[in-house]
Design a protein around this ligand. Structure first.
Ligand SMILES: Cc1cc2nc3c(=O)[nH]c(=O)nc-3n(C[C@H](O)[C@H](O)[C@H](O)COP(=O)(O)OP(=O)(O)OC[C@H]3O[C@@H](n4cnc5c(N)ncnc54)[C@H](O)[C@@H]3O)c2cc1C
Length: 388
């Protein structure tokens, strides 16, 4: 049955997330944005009431929420501030490879760390010379007895400066391209150096850092899955996390849209509220349609995961469309505000700055189109199982 009616529990979850976003996030969002202030208080509170680590199963201390439930939370918190939501939600990105490919001991130890206290973990894939093309990565992991030794640098790592452990992708066979990548869990120690905190255009309350591994030794059992199968783990992770980015993009767009609608009813030009001008009405109608479709595509991609089905093309459809929508809607919201939209005091410009990253991280807008084209032109015949 095709039915996107939320259950009473899901409605209550969405309401709880919305209240939290309004009281704890919106109230300080613009303040945090000015200096890029780290939102530790919000992290603690979100962890306390179960808005973090939503996909970690109950046996590891998590909430065990469905992917659709996760999207409900992500849209609401991003409505409050997507920089804060990126911070609060990044554990999901780091934890997914562990859930997909970690041993039982690894899951208990590292997922347990996230659910016992408000700890953070980061996902380390990108490198200065390996962004969209991760096969170009240079970080090396060399097996020495019962250990692996890691050397190399990862850039643009969300929560990198505050993480207790990292999911790290490194080359175990440097000549094999993407078939030579393995995934590991790396705990923070003195050999893991936080080199640089980025000063960003938007999502300024989130931490984005360069992380360098200097002869970092980890036990061999911290390998996730099999050696040289890390690329598949990374791609399966992104299938699972892109619906969340799409939900965030929907939340940003909705926040800017609501401000534009309110403003259009108040601002009078040519003797009438600007909402009476058809050009403004059509802009508002297009914004509304795009937000609606973003949410539908997002929920569809999440529900497929909840059904244990492969969602590669649907999660790229959702991420691509919702991210482009967030950029278009926030730009149009500034347009509805006229010159005031360009002035920080009117607050709407923050959404336009925050929206841009939606088209960049977890696969750029172009990479989503590459995935969609590949899935269309070379469809896989066999339904893959939901886990490696
Ligand atoms: C704030 C922020 C947070 C991030 N968080 C994380 C994180 O937690 N963990 C992590 O591992 N990474 C993270 N990233 C990295 C992010 O995922 C990469 O920036 C992104 O994948 C793009 O890589 P790149 O920046 O090297 O761009 P490039 O790959 O150099 O791309 C440059 C341009 O070329 C285009 N392009 C590249 N290849 C193709 C192609 N084949 N066809 C068409 N167009 C192409 C791209 O779409 C883009 O427009 C983060 C980035 C930012 C800015």
């Amino acid at each position: 049955m095709v039915d996107f009616t939320l259950t009473d529990e899901q409605k209550a979850l969405r309401e709880m997330a919305h209240d939290f976003a309004e009281k704890e996030i919106r109230s300080v969002a613009w303040e945090l944005d000015v200096d890029g202030t780290w939102p530790q208080d919000i992290i603690n509170k979100a962890w306390e009431i179960g808005l973090m680590n939503s996909h970690i199963p109950e046996e590891y201390g998590g909430v065990g929420a469905s992917y659709l439930d996760g999207c409900l939370i992500e849209e609401e918190l991003a409505w409050g501030c997507s920089g804060v939501q990126t911070t609060v939600g990044a554990n999901g990105l780091a934890a997914a490879p562990v859930l997909l490919a970690g041993s039982e001991e690894t899951k208990k130890k590292y997922l347990g760390m996230l659910t016992e206290r408000p700890a953070l973990a980061s996902f380390c894939l990108t490198e200065p010379s390996a962004g969209s093309d991760v096969s170009g990565m240079r970080t090396r992991a060399v097996k020495k007895g019962d250990k692996y030794v890691l050397n190399g640098s990862k850039c643009f790592i969300t929560n990198g400066g505050y993480a207790d452990w990292y999911t790290v992708y490194a080359k175990t066979d440097p000549d094999a391209g993407h078939r030579g990548i393995s995934a590991f869990v790396v705990p923070k120690d003195d050999t893991v150096i936080v080199d640089k905190k980025e000063d960003k255009m938007g999502q300024r309350a989130s931490n984005t850092a360069t992380i360098t591994f200097n002869d970092t030794e980890i036990p061999a059992e911290n390998l996730l899955g099999e050696e040289n199968k890390g690329f598949k783990v990374a791609m399966m992770t992104l299938d699972r996390t892109r619906p969340g980015v799409a939900a965030m993009a929907t939340g940003i767009a909705r926040a800017a849209f609501e401000m534009a609608v309110d403003y259009s009813k108040e601002r009078v030009q040519f003797g009438v509220p600007i909402a009476m001008h058809q050009a403004i009405q059509f802009m508002i109608a297009d914004m509304s349609t795009k937000i609606h479709l973003s949410r539908l595509a997002t929920w569809n991609s999440a529900v497929l995961l909840d059904q244990g089905r492969r969602n590669t093309i649907e999660s790229s459809h959702a991420k691509r469309f919702a991210a482009d929508t967030a950029m278009e809607v926030t730009t149009d919201a500034v347009q509805v505000f006229g010159g005031y939209g360009f002035i920080k005091e009117y607050k709407v410009e923050k959404f336009m700055r925050d929206a841009k990253i939606m088209q960049l991280y977890e696969g750029t807008a172009q990479i989503q189109r590459l995935v969609i084209a590949r899935e269309t032109l070379l469809p896989r015949r066999v339904e893959e199982p939901a886990a490696v």
